[in-house]
Design a binder for this molecule. Sequence first.
Ligand code: TXA
Ligand code: MG
Length: 337
Amino acid sequence: MNYETKLLSTSEYDITYAAKLLADGEVVGIPTETVYGLAADAENEEAVKNIFKAKGRPQDNPLIVHIADISQLEEYVYDVPQLAYKLAEKFCPGPLTMVLPKKNRIPNVTSAGLDTVGIRIPYHPAARKLIQESGKALAAPSANLSGSPSPTTAMHVMNDMNGRIPAIVDGGSCPVGVESTVISFENGKIRLLRPGFISADELSEFSEVICDKHITEAAIEGEQVRSPGMKYKHYSPKANITIISGSREQYIDYVNSHGGDGIYAMPFSRDECYCRIPCIPYGDTSEEQASKLFAVLREFDDIGAKQVYAYCPFVDGVGLAVYNRLLRAAGFEIITL
Ligand code: TXA
Ligand code: MG
């Protein structure tokens, strides 16, 4: 791992160059509508091992496999329920990952030894072109160093991956900003494993949705989880993050009386003007907060914040995804006023 990492554009020339790298078994940072991914040929064991190396990712955390079209689904998985096709009709291409029994062509390194694999069809045009031009299904976790906030710009990827991969395709800021909604199927029901832009409410129009308890509760040491990612503290900036829950007035009073060296507030944007300690606001609607969250967490690192008091986001719709990521960034530390 000692590359001169190239920053590529989404021009036809650069996409063809990146697709060739992928076809040759290299790892490339790619834009998607959710967050940037660290992509490689999902069927090439060596290439996939290099993703784990570049990220410093634990070997037991499986990768999502990205395909260009729903017609390819059964090349990689079997026992696909009708419900999966109904969901795909509505939400794919888009930020939905469906966990299904994997066929043998998906190597065990990719699925981290599980007999299932998460499949997603991204709608970002650059991601789609890269899959099509390389002719490969692309395994891609978020393109951050393991444990860091997910990257939502090419610069975030460069900060984490410079020298570790040959190239990054710059497709601008990721519009969604949080990773895909991950689901599995259980006796005709949908189990939500990771909340995302596609909300439990939207999914519940198709079938009953079981929200896995580890979306909002920390797994106890050694406890069985349905998705390996639930075991890890994620999205963690260097600062200690604490979520503050209560009325907006209570939050403002709390931060204004808890200022000090390296202490910051992370309020809703409309409350920035009331904060008398330094702050970085993260938007007002859940959609805006989803798109800003990871960039704001990275900004706190850049300015050397030691302690951040974040105002608790809404927990419905996309807000559940924001809450889930912030809870993990906070190591589940929450103060209720
Ligand atoms: O939006 C996204 O999903 C982004 C972009 C790049 O597509 N990718 C992403 O991948 O977030 P990653 O590896 O950072 O997160 C994948 C999550 C992990 O928490 C993992 O444990 C879970 O999905 N997962 C993957 N395969 C699974 C499986 N077979 N069973 C259960 N959980 C799985
Ligand atoms: Mg990730």
